[in-house]
Write a protein that binds this ligand. Structure first.
Ligand code: UTP
Length: 278
């Protein structure tokens, strides 16, 4: 029995992808550990989840991703080395993260797509609604993080929520694109979604970015979802099944978002955060 009427307590981070666009950097370093300034992408994601009052982080990793587990753990040698020195403050942020949440991990054995990666997380999530953050989409908003905006919406509608952003028509083949009916400012009840459509086939200019709230029936739906575009099990296809029953809302979030899975987006994010901290 699934229960949607409870708080969002857990955040899933699919982080098993190969990150081929960042080779050779990602040959031995997980893409999610690439730093924007001094902080790895995944830590930004975890801090966003913490800002939305989530304390349980569930991470789907793969081969070659052990640096992620080491990052969210104590390094005794380092602690010992810099304790009571002028450099100790460099550890403050990551100490806060480690002290304020728990981490659990599972591995996606074969990279069969984002939908499949999310299904691998079932063992860590169980039968409750949960958040999903793709750490390579880096979001920033000063007052209220994107995930915490979405959680407020979940409390109202109690169904799956996808964050969407307006994109130029020529970029539609990089995203899942939605269509639906506006039900309040910036909120759309989704009735169609297509994974990576060519511009002429895109149902709108609203693209799904890497923030989701999902109800737990998604796990069974994914199991029944056949491989779609690129031979991968697409979360967009599974969400369409939910959407057809009226169970998906798209939200035009407030804030900035950088596609750090691409070199251009990564450089833009780096410049943005550098200028912001000056
Ligand atoms: P991407 O489409 O960006 O793929 O995945 P990728 O492999 O990470 O990067 P490129 O395209 O090879 O450069 C979007 C998100 O879904 C996760 C990735 O880790 C990333 O956070 N993902 C994707 C998985 O966890 N498993 C998969 O099988 C596919």
């Amino acid at each position: 029995m699934s229960n949607n009427n409870i708080k969002i307590r857990k955040c899933l981070f699919p982080a098993a992808g190969y990150g081929t666009r960042f080779l050779p950097a990602t040959k031995a370093i997980p893409k999610e550990m690439l730093p924007v300034l001094t902080k790895p992408l995944l830590q930004y994601g975890v801090e966003e989840a913490i800002s939305a009052n989530i304390e349980t982080m569930a991470i789907v990793t793969g081969r070659g991703k052990r640096a992620i587990e080491d990052h969210f753990d104590i390094s005794y040698e380092l602690e010992h080395q810099i304790k009571d020195t002028s450099k100790e403050h460099y550890l403050t942020e990551i100490r806060n993260v480690i002290n304020n949440c728990t981490f659990s991990y599972t591995r996606q054995i074969e990279m069969k797509g984002l939908g499949h990666a999310i299904a691998c997380g079932e063992t860590l999530i169980g039968q409750e609604p949960f958040a999903v953050i793709l750490a390579d989409d880096l979001c920033d908003n000063d007052s209220d993080s994107v995930l915490s905006q979405m959680i407020k919406l979940y409390e109202k509608y109690q169904c799956s929520i996808v964050a969407v952003e307006e994109i130029p028509a020529e970029d539609s083949n990089k995203y899942g694109v939605i269509a639906g009916d506006v039900i309040e400012d910036n909120v759309i009840r989704v009735n169609d979604m297509v994974e990576k459509p060519e511009p002429q086939d895109a149902p709108s200019n609203l693209a799904i970015i890497g923030r989701y709230i999902l109800t737990p029936d998604i796990f069974d739906i994914i199991k029944d979802t056949k491989a779609g575009r690129g031979g991968e099990i697409q979360i967009t296809d599974a969400l369409l099944t939910q959407a057809k029953k009226g169970g998906v809302i798209a939200y035009k979030f407030k804030g900035k978002r950088f596609d750090c899975g691409s070199v251009d987006g990564f450089v833009q994010a780096t410049n943005y955060f550098y200028n912001k901290q000056k």
